[in-house]
Design a protein. Sequence first.
Length: 486
Amino acid sequence: MLKIAELCVNLHPKLDKTMSMKQIRTLCTLMTTILIMASCAGSEKETTLYSDAAITAFSLGNLTKYTTTIDDEGDITVTKTTYKGNTYKFTIDQVNREIYNNDSLPVGTDYEHILCSITTANNGIALFKDLKEEDTYYYYTASDSIDFSSPRTVRIMSSDGQGYTDYTVKVNVHKEDGNQFVWNELKSSSEVERMKGMKALYHNDKIYLFGDLDDKTQIIRIKDDNNWERIGKTMNFSSNAWKNVTTMLGYFFLYDQNVLYVSTDGDQWTPASYQAEQPIKQLIGASTFELYALSMENKIMVSKDAGETWAIDNNDKPSMLPSEDITIVNYPVYMAERCEQVIMIGNRPAGTNDRYAAVWRKIVDFDDFKEGGSWSYMDLGSMEDFLLPRLTDYNLLCYEDGLLAFGKFPVFSIESKPYLKIYQSRDNGITWKIKDKIYAFPEDMGNKETVTISSVVDNDNNIWLFCTGTGEVWKGRLNSAGWTYK
């Protein structure tokens, strides 16, 4: 039997940089011949050499991850763990000769010592280019750890030794903890500070603040962190009009003193005629194609024609409809085309003594739009530990893979400091949990009784907080929400 060790004893795994490509090809041919002789010893089958030089599969072995934690006393602990690298799939771009992982490895991964598995076409030989010495290559073995702190060049020599293909391998590793939420305080605003109430809306890549300023509703348009401007100066909206504004189909809709106003830019407003089945008390929100309001009799109303006509919307438990602190969001139904979820939270009148929010859901089917869906009350059931408590001044946001809700004060609690907790729901409003290690208010935020927060999410997944009473403006984002993929 042919002994590979005896034949390879003089073959050093590092190819000297002074060797010519002819010498490299000769060595690759010799190594291939040795392998073929070993595998075919005693066989009469003819061995074929190929000119293919390609990588057909690439994966990682077990990986090491270091996690650093700091306790309340400032002591630092580093924990070492391992995880399976083959769960992270690598793309092989044969056109551009690039190999990379779209889903980056977790922060803290040791990317300087990685075992990888490379499969080549027709027994091609893999060589890694040295990180420091130009034109120097190492023979690849699956048992050697590779330094992937920077992109690596892998050269595949064909089994006949006549050709090669170079690939660039990039192992992407997150540089920050994806579950860390980072807040940044922006320049404060004296106008926000003086507002007695406010609603923030995101419209056409800009933020709009509608607030009670100097006893009338005034409007501020925000282009970016530093560019604010007052608009709609010719309008004389009442001090409570800010409570009755929403956006839909590229338009603002504002209801004030029995008049419905429409605007495209928040600056110029036009009164619009409408007909309603019952007199409208309050405009409460919108979905993609529907406007929602409450009637004077506390019936939920819907308009399917951009505010021209209003009718009572179907619901399964009218007595549980909220009448105050109402907010609405909408988003696509997961795994269902042309459908969306509409979630509404709010409070019933104070005399009902409800300890929890009234949470409602409606599914709008665009293919059955004229018939319309029906609002369903999310029954409290017996899961009190996971219900959204009754809070004042609700904020409700669609963020990442769930909903975030918070309010100023818990109604049934002895806690007097406002804005203490943020609640997350990942099942469309059925259950709510506190994830304070991820979602929490800024540590330095001025939580005072004079503060009322209005919030909004922009197209870059930033959450903005506008604080009346202090004028503070905060912008924050979950790290993973800012990651982009190739």
